[in-house]
Design a protein around this ligand. Sequence first.
Ligand code: GLN
Ligand code: ZN
Length: 820
Amino acid sequence: MDAFLKVRQPMLYGIRDHACKKQLRTIFSSLTLSPVKALLWYVEEREHHVSPFKQSAMIIHNLGYPRIGSQRELKKACESYWTGSISISALQEVAAGIRLQNWELQKQAGIDWIPCNDFSYYDQVLDTSLMTGAIPARYQALTAKQLSETDLLFAMARGYQWDGDDITAMEMTKWFDTNYHYIVPEFTASQDFHLFSRKVVDQFLEAKNAGYAAKPVLLGPVSFLLLGKEKEAGFNRLSLIDKLLPVYLEVLDLLTKAGATVVQLDEPCLSLNLSAEALQVLSDSYAQIHAAFPQLHIVLASYFECYGQHLPAVLALPVQTLHLDLVRCPAQLEDVLQTKIANSKLQLSLGVVDGRNIWKNDYTKSLAFIHRAIKVLGEDRIAIAPSCSLLHVPCDLDYETAISPEIKNWMAFAKQKLQELKELRDIVKGNTALLAANEDAIRNRAASGLIHRKAVKDRVAAFTLSDASRKSAFTVRQAIQQEQFDLPLFPTTTIGSFPQTDDIRQLRARLKKGELTVAQYDAAIEKATIEVIRWQEEIGLDVLVHGEFERNDMVEYFGEQLDGFLFTKNGWVQSYGSRCVKPPVIFGDVSRPADMTVRWSSFAQANTDKLMKGMLTGPVTILQWSFVRDDQPRSTTANQIAWAIRDEVVALENAGIKVIQIDEPAIREGLPLRRENWAAYLEWAVQAFRIAASGVKDETQIHTHMCYSEFNDIIKHIAAMDADVITIETSRSQMELLDAFADFKYPNEIGPGVYDIHSPRQPSAEEMISLLEKAVEALPARNLWVNPDCGLKTRKWPETKVALTNMVKAAVVMREKAAL
Ligand code: GLN
Ligand code: ZN
């Protein structure tokens, strides 16, 4: 009976056909029909109404457009608003301007289904928390204060310190395998959902009033729950679906009343390994949505992976269009066409244009998919689209005036990708000139002398296993290094960077503007480096670093010095909130024309008698944080970078640097979304690191560093990297992470971070000692190092001085205890 009531409400909701509603009520109230049967009956009855959307030719549509503005207008406006220098209405005006511009661009490109609600002041998952009223209790005080919806959203994303209130922000995490971050929804057992933010309806009406018949985009209910977290024990967030779905039905009702005929529901969690329970919730939810809105054209979109083992469940959903990411999963089209869908009414959205990369579409490849699908299903059952939202690519290539015209002709940003969809449709209609022009560009890229370096390819191809192995086993190396370095127990070090003060950043800006000569700039960096060396010596650190003052960013610094990379002027992509990143583009074979870090590392070593650690970024991290060429496997590009880094490692060794750290903070985030693909990735990723690290003598100590915890499931592979020392982030988890290393009996040396560098808090020696005591319980003392969690570049000097002085004290106390 309970279940019946639960199903009844949402089912009736939103059915505008009164006669039908009445009929349903009669059936429900007779109580002789189970809810499931009632649902089936209803679906059957309505079958002749399904798919009212009459499509005569191939549709082109878009899943989402970048929201930051082509000149990062939203970033600038948000940041000005946060500092109080512009009003909320000024911010709203900028936002409305961006939306309007995006819609118009898409209309100009002939997009049939132009997305709306893809705009967000911060993040679309946070928007969904607001839409469904999933606002954590700690923000209730703010609703009472009558904060505007936008201010509440910012408070949830960024925390709120004002007027006596000090409320922490919600957690943020990575959006699947992208560099976009979303705000994690928080759920409690007694979670209540209700329609709170009407943004999606407002933005649909805004588009409508401006003359665009837009397609609202919503994060689907199942992915919304799965992407969130239970904030208390004892319940499963999927069980909240019965409370959540009515809000979605209410929203869909408002949208249809406002005139929406096509709605896109994103369920990207289908790219993960889902439980049978989750799939059941998915099929129940979409059955209810369909039952309530049989006239509404639902586009179901997942991306970044194959539907894989979920395909049968997905094909059984009562949706009108199913989106396929054919860039990440080209085989999927045939899988779908092989099923019985030719007999059903399902339409397919073919995601042929890469929404995750900046390369020009290869029309010949895309057309093969399109023609194949048309042949089986007919043109009127096909839509074409980018593989995913265009949120993950920069806005407009037209601003890139400095890229060589030849390379620029191989690239496409969001605006150009819209054009590609239009051209693909025009070609299907018979415009052969467009195809010929594209073939030319693709051919030019494939054969270009700018890309191909025979020596690089030969070197990668000549790889043998010994290239990825140090000369001796770790225990042998450890003995040699211990004897040579004579370091105390619990040696202290840092992760590389020291505070990047405004003064340091100014130096780079002034050098760029020509206000400083290279000699003046170098002199200023030398001064900062010597100062940081003296200070490290003073407080008694054992292995010093040079501070990385000469570096803007740990990937950019190397990309700028390697061949095969290019940098854009305006290729910004949203990372989180107002923060944008400008990833380098790897367009060609990677090689290292000259030493990259030897100058600064040897300068630093010449200024101290202590060991100076050389500092490099590893091949997987460089790959992971760039737009990577798509004309060869990622593993091949990783290997090319690995050989370049290896040469740098050897050059450092030749220059007398005895300790060299190769940072790989991104190795874990590169893991594929599906577990079954992990092993293949880890194999080449670990091998790339080993190639980079294995060119040196046993005497040279190789460190690596990783932030972001959760190594439990990949510890075997971390160990296989065979770094002499690994420094990792552990303090936030109170050394919990070390259990994985202890259980595995991790053989090499390890520096578990003893304090969190993400906060300005100054840790005491005592708390670091107690963390180290936990570490000693888990691992042999002689293998332990003492260091912070990560680099210090985002910190200020005063807190850094206190923290590191205390850290050295903690190490000294640990040594004394060990001597007893
Ligand atoms: N060596 C880098 C630094 O200290 C490492 C940064 C990182 O792990 N993200 O800044
Ligand atoms: Zn780090």
